[in-house]
Design a protein around this ligand. Structure first.
Ligand code: NAI
Length: 652
């Protein structure tokens, strides 16, 4: 039984079998074809085992420190050349997990760390599930983000385990839940502390309590009119976020659940929600490409062994305050410096709100609050591993700060500026060692935007740039190395697009119609709503900064000038292209029929051109990094695979 490469099985004195997943040569367990085939062979043998060989119960667990099971091996998925091959791969998992679910003895998934996609589908095929209550334990079915569906039984078993509304929410958003939430939902039978996990599994399999059943009310969500009603509600929610032409997967999940009870093989191949249609769609390929781009950005952080414990942030405004709060949320000690207590107060208030939103557990909430320390005197700068400056966009102020910091900071600390427009070399010009300064360019709003540009000045030290990438990963953001040039990558490709949208308004097209054109193309937010969100004053500043380098977009649109003159700076001032009563956008409904033909192409064209120029000038190393920056920094329509990929596929 122990001749497998990826699995190990141990039998204890009580007749329980412990099946360890230990993917050969990797730190994370994923289901490659080989790992799945081995599991199937184990299941077939156990199903017919007799006497001593027949388990009294089976525990599935991970032998890795890094989580339970991360899901299917997406890298293998990327190598598939036809939809048929992909359907075969899905069928293999579906059959294996069905055979697993039919084993003639009780089974239990012992979940510690992440349990994603196929990992959760295997857990759902078990009689019992126990999750270890640690911050790293996360359960999710994120297939929809890759343009695919939970086809290894997730669509069949999850609604029956936690009821339709919660199951559809998890499957349609890819949302993760922690151990406690999983227990509340009924997704796991127990959430236990780490030290008792093995015993908890043993006791459950010895006592064999009745397996979890849906409560009466939740049970009703699976039947008759309630089932249809819930699917309709979920469809309406989905339509608000993703259109079927661009993102077929969530619609397929709904159809497969509603009409086929979660069996992805029941629709005929030509049906739009069949597995074959889905796996043949360019969206699926492109979303898997986007996953690959994200992995590439994550890998940038692996080059250095740098590990920050203490971050010092100077300037507690919009950016500095939120950067500080984010770092504390990620478990780092943070000192936050500004000129006075009243300048610090709004940032501390916003931080408290962020912690409350993100950390439901009062203990973790208190820990994060304790980590964020107001520091008017700036003493933290002496001890910090990373110092981030985010004061006004003013060269003289920044120069003075870094000249002083150089004397004060530890010699091995990272010195970084969050400047959007001042060349790193200029800020560093008064430093004794200008090679120490790097740019760490965060985006607004910090908690939402995943990308951070790591800006290399002409002299910035490569080891510090590598350490920056590691730091950015440490705080769970995506590092993108860029050259110090006006607008870096993201603003440079975003600004011409926003300006073009504003020019359309100058020509008399209603803002909501302009935005509708972009939404119909697949942008997550229209350009004018985005401009309002960024702040119209900032749009003008970025436009001016780029005027020299990207001459075609130089003139400031008239409507933009008028709004600024009237003090309407966008969302933050209550009005801009739209109004924001009570902080919420008030936007007239746009009739898609009123969108002029070709408007989306007109809006996108300057962005595509700017992306090409940025690549030609070497702002980032290659076309894939342009796409990664556009997708994670501007939200460029994910289903296209990025602007450069979109250009290439249009000409292909
Ligand atoms: P802000 O005006 O909201 O905040 C600046 C803060 O710095 C203020 O609280 C001010 O009191 C403080 N400050 C000024 N001089 C100081 C000093 N000598 N010591 C300590 N604190 C000092 O500015 P915002 O928008 O946060 O921008 C900060 C930096 O981030 C700028 O370099 C900007 O270009 C950059 N940035 C801004 C983005 C945005 O969307 N707002 C996006 C990305 C970068």
């Amino acid at each position: 039984m122990n001749s497998y490469r990826h699995w190990r099985i141990e039998r204890d004195g009580d007749g329980l079998h412990w099946l360890y997943f230990d993917k050969a040569g990797e730190s994370t367990n994923t289901f490659s074809t080989e790992a799945m085939t081995e599991l199937r062979s184990i299941v077939s043998k156990l199903a017919v085992a007799t006497g001593d060989q027949r388990p009294r119960g089976l525990v599935v667990l991970s032998a890795k420190d890094g989580g339970f099971i991360a899901g299917a091996d997406v890298r293998e998925f990327m190598t598939l050349t036809s939809p048929e091959e992909a359907v075969t791969l899905v069928k293999r998992g579906w059959d294996t997990f069905n055979e697993f679910a039919a084993l003639p003895f009780p089974t239990l998934a012992l979940i510690r760390g992440f349990c994603m996609g196929g990992g959760l589908e295997l857990a759902l095929a078990c009689t019992y599930r126990i999750a270890v209550d640690e911050p790293g334990t996360r359960l999710a079915l994120p297939e929809v983000m890759l343009g695919i569906v939970p086809g290894w039984g997730g669509m069949k078993r999850l609604p029956k385990t936690i009821g339709a509304p919660a199951a559809l929410d998890m499957m349609l958003t890819g949302r993760t839940v922690d151990a406690r939430r999983a227990k509340k939902l009924g997704l796991v039978d127990e959430a236990v502390p780490t030290r008792v996990m093995m015993n908890a599994a043993r006791i459950t399999l010895s006592n064999r309590p009745a397996p979890h059943q849906l409560g009466f009310v939740q049970g009703l969500t699976l039947w008759g009119p309630a089932r249809k009603f819930i699917a309709n509600q979920a469809r309406k929610q989905t339509e608000k976020k993703a259109r079927r032409v661009h993102y077929p997967a969530p619609y397929a999940i709904l159809d497969i659940w509603l009409e086929q009870d979660g069996n992805p093989f029941s629709f005929p191949a030509e049906h739009p929600s069949s597995l074959r249609s889905l796996l043949a769609s360019p969206t699926t390929r492109n979303l898997i490409r986007v996953f690959g781009l994200q992995e590439r950005l994550k890998a940038q952080g692996k080059e250095s062994t740098f590990a920050a414990r203490h971050v010092h942030v100077i300037g507690a405004g919009t950016m500095g305050g939120d950067i500080a709060a984010w770092c504390a949320l990620r478990g780092l000690k943070v000192t936050l410096q500004d000129q006075s207590a009243d300048k610090l107060a709004p940032a501390m208030g916003r931080a408290a709100k962020l912690f409350k939103e993100r950390l439901k557990d009062p203990r973790r909430l208190r820990d994060a609050s304790d980590l964020l320390i107001p520091d008017i005197a700036g003493d933290g700068a002496r001890h910090a591993d990373v110092i981030i400056e985010a004061v006004f966009e003013n060269l003289k102020v920044k120069e003075d700060i870094f000249a002083a910091l150089e004397a004060k900071a530890r010699p091995d600390a990272i010195l970084a500026t969050n400047t959007s427009s001042i060349p790193i070399e200029q800020i560093a010009s008064t430093m004794r060692d200008p090679a120490r300064l790097v740019g760490l360019h965060f985006f607004n709003p910090v908690p939402k935007m995943m990308l951070v540009e790591i800006v290399a000045g002409a002299n910035s030290r490569p080891d510090l740039l590598a350490a920056c990438a590691t730091f950015v990963r440490q705080i769970d953001k995506l590092p993108l190395p860029v050259k110090s040039a006006p607008g870096f990558l993201v603003n440079r490709i975003l600004a011409p697009y926003l300006m073009e949208a504003m020019r359309c308004v100058d020509e008399g097209i209603a803002p909501e119609i302009v935005d509708e054109a972009a939404l119909a193309f697949g942008m997550p937010m229209g350009p004018l709503e985005l401009a309002d969100t960024v702040g119209l004053d900032i749009c003008v500043a970025v436009g001016k900064m780029l005027a020299g380098s990207d001459a075609p977009e130089a003139a400031t649109p008239v409507r933009l000038q008028q709004l600024i003159a009237a003090g309407k700076l966008g969302c933050k001032s209550g009005a801009g292209f739209y109004t924001y009563p009570g902080g919420k956008i008030s936007k007239p409904r746009a009739d898609p029929a009123r969108v002029p033909a070709g408007l989306a192409d007109r809006l996108i064209a300057p962005m595509l051109a700017a992306a090409q120029r940025a690549l030609a000038e070497g702002i980032v190393a290659d076309a894939d990094l342009v796409d990664a920056g556009a997708i994670f920094g501007t939200g460029f329509a994910f289903y296209t695979g990025g602007p450069m990929h979109y250009l290439a596929s249009r000409t292909a």
